[in-house]
Design a protein around this ligand. Structure first.
Ligand code: YSA
Length: 421
């Protein structure tokens, strides 16, 4: 049985990928020009922080993305998201943007929902064990995350492509390959390839072992599952690159070592920086400071406001990280800002770009309407309305004759006739 889990192992053999074609349509080829600069460009934007391994490999990481030298163009890149809540948050968005940049350069990307791994709880970057999550709750969260990822990918394609064709965006769930996995078979086939010394040396493990409550076996085995995922995606989707926040590097290294040992092939890891709050805590669910991407948890207006409130010293960095705006355009926006700081031009542009990506044009319009109201830009029958949730009252907002005079901004007047009161 051990053979079936690792059955596709073969040194240097060509790998078949279900559903992925090796031949590129012409439109896509055009989109690839300059793709070899992808890594350098994202490093310059501050989005890609570390590359692993940096040297000593047969083919170096930048060559993978160079159509001229790599036999495997386009590449496949993945990033995992554990469904520990029913929504993605702004921290996850950065990792997702990393995937989008690869997709824009013509590569295929996989957003992997950790329907299985979320049951164990990733110890990376944590000082305490995660609360154990019920199978049912994880399943519901995973469904929500898959929907959220697909909606974001659709907004990206519709609103930020300018008619260009990119690589594929695929959403998978690792419960698909662990659900029916026999434990003994798995440990027998996979367990023997991991050395305890290496696993114990990971920072995530060391930190947790030194904590007063120690570390559970489930958490300890987490990195083995993430390493196996990488191997699985390498075998089935020819995926050679895993992307993640810098807290993920230890888990990515475990994947590298596992794949290298079994196949002799090199795979790579790329990290994005961790977004922190003003107090320095990683922005996310655990620190209780998450800004959610699901509109039922954080409305489009609240998301917009989060970005519009960013301080001057952070806004340029966030424009580079969270938007697709070219660097010269960001420079220009910042130059204008020096002349007219009170207009908060960069903050508004940042908030607009992110809200559009996350909630689409409709979400952005709704955020802007809310903002207009809260800033006192709307009045009904000459009374300012500053609460977007206000209930309209007959006799006050709606005159007895069924009419309202709506004023938006300084010059836009509308007469509304209510047909039913
Ligand atoms: C990865 C690979 C697998 O094969 C299976 C599961 C995983 C999930 C991974 N172990 C994990 O727990 N990720 S996460 O759900 O906590 O976050 C998803 C991604 O967003 C990670 O790459 C994480 O580093 C990143 N992230 C989370 N908060 C962030 C952030 N990136 C930047 N800033 C933040 N505040």
């Amino acid at each position: 049985m051990a053979a079936s889990i690792l059955r596709r192992v073969s040194r240097g053999r060509g790998l078949g990928i279900p559903g992925l074609s090796g031949v590129l349509p012409l439109g896509l080829r055009e989109a690839h020009s300059g793709a070899q600069e992808l890594l350098a460009m994202q490093k310059a934007r501050g989005l890609f922080k570390e590359f692993f391994p940096e040297r000593g490999t047969k083919t170096e990481l930048p060559e993978l993305f160079d159509r001229g030298t790599a036999g495997n163009f386009p590449q496949t890149v993945y990033c995992g998201f554990d469904p520990t809540a029913d929504s993605l948050h702004v921290g996850h968005l950065l990792a997702l943007l990393g995937l989008f940049h690869f997709q824009r350069a013509g590569h295929n990307v996989i957003a992997l929902v950790g329907g299985a791994t979320a049951r164990l709880g990733d110890p990376s970057g944590r000082t305490k064990e995660r609360e154990a999550l019920e199978a049912e709750r994880v399943r519901n969260n995973a469904r929500s995350l898959r929907q959220g990822l697909k909606a974001l990918a659709a907004n990206h394609q519709q609103l930020f492509a300018n008619g260009r064709t990119w690589g594929n965006f695929t959403v998978l769930d690792n419960s698909a390959w662990y659900q029916k996995q026999d434990l003994v078979d798995f440990l027998a086939a996979v367990g023997g390839h991991f050395r305890m010394g290496t696993l114990l040396s990971r920072l995530s493990v060391q930190t947790r072992l030194k904590s007063p409550e120690g570390m559970s076996l489930a958490e300890f085995l987490y990195q083995v599952l993430q390493a196996y995922d990488f191997y699985y995606l390498f075998q089935h989707y020819r995926c050679r690159v895993q992307l993640g926040g810098s807290d993920q590097l230890g888990n990515i290294m475990s994947g590298y070592e596992f794949i290298h040992k079994l196949t002799g092939e090199d795979v790579f890891g790329i990290s994005v920086p961790l977004i922190t709050s003003t107090t320095g805590a990683k922005l996310g669910k655990s620190a209780g400071n998450a800004v959610w991407l699901n509109r039922d948890k954080t409305s489009p207006f609240e998301l917009y406001q989060f970005f519009v409130r960013q301080q001057d010293d952070l806004v340029e960095r966030y424009l580079k990280l969270f938007t697709f705006l070219p660097l010269p355009e960001i420079d220009h926006i910042m130059q204008l800002h020096v002349k007219e700081p009170e207009k908060r031009g960069p903050q508004k542009r940042l908030a607009t770009e992110v809200t559009k990506l996350v909630h689409g044009q409709e979400g952005l319009d709704s955020a802007k309407r809310y903002r207009m109201i809260t800033e006192g830009g709307v009045s009904i029958n000459h009374r300012q309305v500053t609460n977007p949730e206000s209930v309209l009252v007959v006799g006050q907002h709606i005159l007895k004759n069924g009419l309202s005079l709506l004023k938006i901004g300084k010059r836009n007047f509308y007469i509304i006739k209510w047909l039913q009161l």
